[in-house]
Design a protein around this ligand. Structure first.
Ligand code: UGA
Length: 440
């Protein structure tokens, strides 16, 4: 099939490359010409394992191309995927739909014949219906545009795998005689033939599926982090507790990783946008618990700062703190709302001499927080540290040798902000190891 993908960020670039990998002919478009030049040259402008190979393979095969020209997009195909960003609005909890609207406004007047736009961006409930009205008002006499919603569930770090083999495909369609379902079945034929559940529903429900999934994941993480707060005071061990409750199939161990909590470009802004939309709908009470989910999550960052201060005899001034990690999670260079960078920044603002190292996120971290010291290696960052904070659980940090690291630091004191280090090995090497939700 021929299709276009509008927006080439984490979501769109991955979707475009993976659709070509599945055999489709794909044209990706973005208003950012630097991004498009980079993608055309075979360079992914962010870190995503496996994506560079898929990109170059499909550019070479001729099935994939990128452009900034909307006229070309309008003529290339009748099927379009919309994957632009919906960030948090400045000064508000709501999602900013400027980019979604701009796509409809720029593309629809150029279309001729019958077109389907599959929205993939995470949007407040009601957006797809609104975009349908907008498209209807902008379509020329010879054009008809059907808007369907096809939310994306990919995780950064596993984006290629999640796109090629999703665990479910959700499609929200408008009422009437649209062709979106038939076309989506063709687009995703490979996945559907291997048994991937294909769930068709109305557009409103499909929008809610996406935000509910992220709200549930955020709630699960904050639940275990709330229990971690109790464990810290009562003297329990949240990791053993999570193992024990996780054996109950109804609960499950995944996303019960207690620690510094969630960040990134999705979970934090999605729960806030969900609350904002509930308020607009007059149902704010339904989601007030998400405020608590957000607050618990933010308290974990403060807790690490307080713990670091306590380990520096109550005063961070003049102490050297190494923060291992800047990305919001491993296998990503994304620092949007990163707990690691937030902790590093707070420690620095409180007077500590902070040294940061991340295997992939250094450039992005520098842009957001230029005043921190960025080391060229983990070893350089660890040199002379009074306290080490493991903030993002990259394999490289999990596998650090406590004996060797012990030779680099000033004091053998470490906070495992992600509960991933082998505690006994570190203790045996003479370390004072502290972790969230555990008394060690
Ligand atoms: C999340 C969802 O998992 C995806 O399904 C969704 O498609 C995506 O948002 C999106 O809406 O685009 P992602 O942001 O890539 O994916 O990251 P996650 O793997 O969900 O991790 C989010 C945060 O939670 C990270 O900061 C991670 O460190 C933290 N986390 C995760 C925990 O603190 N504990 C856990 O047990 C798991």
């Amino acid at each position: 099939m021929r299709m276009t993908v509008i927006g080439t960020g984490y979501l769109g670039a991955t979707h475009a490359a993976c659709m070509a990998e599945l055999g489709h002919e794909v044209l990706g478009v973005d208003v950012d010409s630097a991004k498009i030049e980079s993608l055309r040259a075979g360079t992914v402008p962010f870190y995503e394992p496996g994506l560079p190979e898929v990109l170059t393979r499909n550019l070479e095969s001729g099935r994939l191309d990128f452009t900034t020209d909307y006229q070309r997009v309008a003529e290339f195909a009748n099927v379009h995927f919309l994957g632009v960003g919906t960030p948090q609005k400045r000064g508000s909890y709501a999602a900013d739909l400027t980019y979604v609207r701009a796509v409809i406004e720029d593309l629809v007047p150029l279309l001729e014949g019958e077109h389907i736009i599959f929205g993939k961006s995470t949007v407040p409930v009601g957006t797809a219906d609104e975009m349908q009205e907008l498209a209807d008002s902008l379509a020329g006499p010879g054009a008809s545009v059907e808007i369907a919603w096809n939310p994306e569930f990919l995780r950064e770090g596993f984006a290629v795998q999640d796109t090629i083999s999703p665990d479910r495909i959700v499609l929200g369609v408008g009422r009437g005689d649209g062709r979106a379902e038939e076309v989506a079945r063709e687009v995703y034929a490979a996945s559907i033939s291997t048994g991937t559940p294909f769930l068709v529903m109305d557009r409103v429900t499909s929008e809610l599926v996406k935000v509910s999934a992220n709200a549930f994941l955020a709630t699960k993480i904050s639940f275990i982090n709330a229990v971690a707060e109790i464990c810290e005071i009562a003297g329990g061990d949240v990791t053993r507790l999570a193992d024990a409750i996780g054996h109950d199939e109804r609960i499950g161990r995944k996303f019960l990783g207690a620690g510094l909590g969630f960040g990134g470009g999705c979970l934090p802004k999605d729960i806030r946008a969900f609350m904002a939309r509930a308020g607009e709908l007059g149902a704010d009470q339904a989601l007030t618990f998400l405020r608590e989910v957000d607050a618990i999550n933010m308290r974990r960052r403060d807790r690490v700062v307080q713990l670091t201060r306590a380990l520096c005899n109550g005063n961070l001034l003049g102490h050297r703190v190494t923060v291992l990690g800047a990305a919001f999670k491993p296998n990503s260079d994304d620092v949007r709302d990163s707990p690691a960078l937030s902790v590093a920044g707070s420690l620095s603002l409180a007077g500590a001499d902070v040294s940061v190292f991340d295997p992939q996120a250094m450039d992005n971290a520098r842009k957001v927080f230029p005043t921190l010291n960025y080391a060229d290696s983990a070893e350089e960052a660890l040199e002379g540290a009074d306290v080490v904070v493991l903030a993002t659980e990259w394999a490289q940090f999990r596998e650090l040798d406590p004996v060797q690291v012990g030779e680099l630091v000033n004091r053998r004191v470490i906070i495992d902000g992600r509960n991933v280090l082998p505690v006994q090995e570190w203790q045996a090497a003479g370390w004072n190891i502290q972790a969230l939700g555990r008394s060690l």
